[in-house]
Design a protein around this ligand. Structure first.
Ligand code: 6PG
Length: 238
């Protein structure tokens, strides 16, 4: 049974995402003294980042949290195309530890460099990064991270971070966590808003196949908690 929570609109969705995020990260700090939070790009999570930066600034020992990002576009570090740049404008002043991809290099170099950076995270007994909270967005085509349907980015790999070429969504060059990197996820919040996401959400929660469905299934299979947080416009109507 999927844990799917439907909210009236984007604003109440963002409030719930922010609240749940702080709760999960607080629990990680209480249990282990620290936590890792995987950020998501795209426009939907931006309102939740705003709420976290404003309302929850003093609610958490942010210095105990390491933030990484699930995927990044190969772009100048201060370009409007750069996912980290957009997010950092909002939550950059929170005193977290930050592992930022060097996205102004080639996709290969940026992927290798980011994988190296991720080796400083806490790892599970099975040698995978322990990700206390992962935010995942959903594309209308069912993509998540920079893993696209029918694309080589979905091929099995031992890498935690892959280079992505010829992305169907521009820009063409990207880096992304692989599906393998998600295995040590403790909790994932899949966040979707907008009518164009309805079919991708329906496919995934009814057992269909897509990158977001695969990601959710891999995390669930390895005992991670999967929660879908969607607004009414993205929620399947049937
Ligand atoms: C990207 C985006 C992308 C996004 C989804 C959902 O790098 O191109 O991060 O993967 O997360 O397409 O986007 P919205 O939240 O803007 O609908």
């Amino acid at each position: 049974m999927n844990d799917v929570r439907v909210f009236d609109d984007k604003a109440t969705l963002a409030e719930a995402v922010a609240k749940q995020t702080v709760k999960i990260l607080q629990a990680a700090i209480e249990q282990k003294g620290s936590g890792t939070w995987v950020l998501a790009g795209g426009s939907t999570p931006l309102a939740a980042y705003e709420i976290i930066a404003e309302k929850y600034r003093d609610s958490l020992a942010w210095t105990r949290i390491t933030v990484i990002i699930g995927d990044e576009r190969i772009s100048a570090m201060d370009s409007p195309d750069n996912n980290w740049h957009a997010i950092d404008q909002i939550i950059g002043s929170l005193p977290t530890r930050k592992l930022r991809p060097q996205s102004d290099q080639s996709a290969e170099d940026a992927a290798n460099n980011y994988q190296e950076q991720l080796s400083s995270l806490a790892f599970t007994d099975t040698g995978l990064p322990c990700l206390d909270l992962v935010w995942l967005g959903v594309g209308a085509d069912g993509h998540t991270l920079s893993l696209f349907p029918g694309h080589p980015s979905l091929l099995p790999t031992n890498q935690l971070v892959i280079s992505v070429h010829d992305s169907p969504k521009p820009p063409a060059e990207r880096i992304s966590l692989s599906l393998r990197a998600l295995i040590g996820t403790q909790a994932v919040m899949i966040i979707a808003s907008g009518e164009d996401k309805q079919s991708a959400v329906r496919t995934a929660i009814t057992g269909g196949s897509s990158p977001i469905a695969l990601a959710a299934s891999i995390i669930k299979t390895h005992d991670g908690h999967v929660t879908w947080l969607v607004d009414k416009s993205a929620a399947p109507t049937d």
